[in-house]
Design a binder for this molecule. Sequence first.
Ligand code: ADP
Length: 161
Amino acid sequence: MRTVLYPGSFDPVTAGHLDIIRRAAARFEQVIVAVMHNPQKATGAFPVEERIELLKAATCGLDNVQIRAFDGLLVDAARACQVDGVIRGLRSTADTEIELQMARLNRQLGDVETVFMAATPAVMHISANMVREVGRLGGNLRGLVPEEIRPRVAEALRGKR
Ligand code: ADP
């Protein structure tokens, strides 16, 4: 596998996501981080454009990483980018159940192969949902999001409903 897609909502990108991106960038020739969104659904805490900007800022030293946005099915994004496979991170057994189901579905729908990367213990407890909650309540986001975007994420989340 040379080119891989790493899909997610990245609302916002966390230290856990960045760990997977860095490790994938060290193993594969090209990593395309795909911000998956559904224009019919609520926008989330960060608009898609801002999620992309935050991802770009967090990955600016990684030359083989690109950031793109997609709506629709993952298999269509994978086909459009002509990737060899998809990367997903596994944090827990709760993740595993749903991830296996999605991986099987994506093979059936579009012959897309999924590669799982085990979360690094130091960041395996981090989710974007938890970051949003801590940020809204004014908690310290150090270590939870990439350091270069921490002030911007903290500022955007503080006091948000
Ligand atoms: P979250 O679950 O944090 O909202 P996404 O839904 O955007 O994030 O997840 C995108 C991918 O990143 C999924 O494969 C998910 O398992 C993985 N991921 C999320 N957080 C972590 C983490 N802390 N460590 C490793 N992988 C993670």
